[in-house]
Design a protein around this ligand. Sequence first.
Ligand SMILES: Nc1ncnc2c1ncn2[C@@H]1O[C@H](COP(=O)(O)OP(=O)(O)OP(=O)(O)O)[C@@H](O)[C@H]1O
Length: 251
Amino acid sequence: MATAVPEIRLRDLTVCHARRPAVHHLTGRFAPGSLTAVVGPNGAGKTTLLRAIAGLHRPEEGRVELPREARIGLLPQQAALDRRFPIACLDVVMFGLWPAVGPFRRVPRALRERASEALAAVGLAGFEARPVGSLSAGQFQRALFARLLLEDAPIILLDEPFNAVDARTAADLLRVVRRWHGEGRTVIAVLHDLDLVRREFPETLLLAREPIAWGPTGEALSAANRLRARMMAEAWAEEAGACTRGDAVAA
Ligand SMILES: Nc1ncnc2c1ncn2[C@@H]1O[C@H](COP(=O)(O)OP(=O)(O)OP(=O)(O)O)[C@@H](O)[C@H]1O
């Protein structure tokens, strides 16, 4: 990796959907080269935070501080992607090159070869021409990792990277994450498997719309912090409207 890795600073960051805060007053920093898990209950604002860091969602208040030219690779949740589009595996990987090559340009042969190498590096050698619609969930996730390899960004954001993949695929993809960390990139991953987080991620941000804890994983995931996060989530469920006695009778 040739580029320097910039720090990511969040200052009093608030990001909303339809004016309701999904991330509320979050302040802190991701040090260059850090490996951080973002955890928290469903609806805690984890995806929203990644999208805000990637510049895809404008903050309502506060800001994400990053140099304008910072390059970020984002792995979205699989559920957010439509795989019915008739496109070959190699083309999906080569999407990772368009910031360098420009849209609608013919990709030079050397770069196509790099895309093939990236596929091979994630265990998909020979899959170049396969339509993405025919890939299994695990194979598709491998192809998206190949795209990130090709992008070569100093900051990598992963939204539930090991979801819906089998143990072997998860282990292979985890090796890629370790490699990125070893190369000094900043990696931020949204995860639900706390055992995996404890084993592999030195830093953790525990989010429940409000920040609950951010720091070394062992401390951030203390029983008291996890309880606080759960209680916050229960409070949102109550906001959504409690079941009334009348509803119960009608049911
Ligand atoms: N496009 C949207 N429009 C309206 N509300 C949204 C939108 N996207 C997310 N939200 C709401 O914002 C809140 C945070 O959502 P987000 O997807 O960031 O949470 P999450 O922590 O990633 O959840 P999960 O673990 O379930 O993936 C939720 O209440 C969600 O319903």
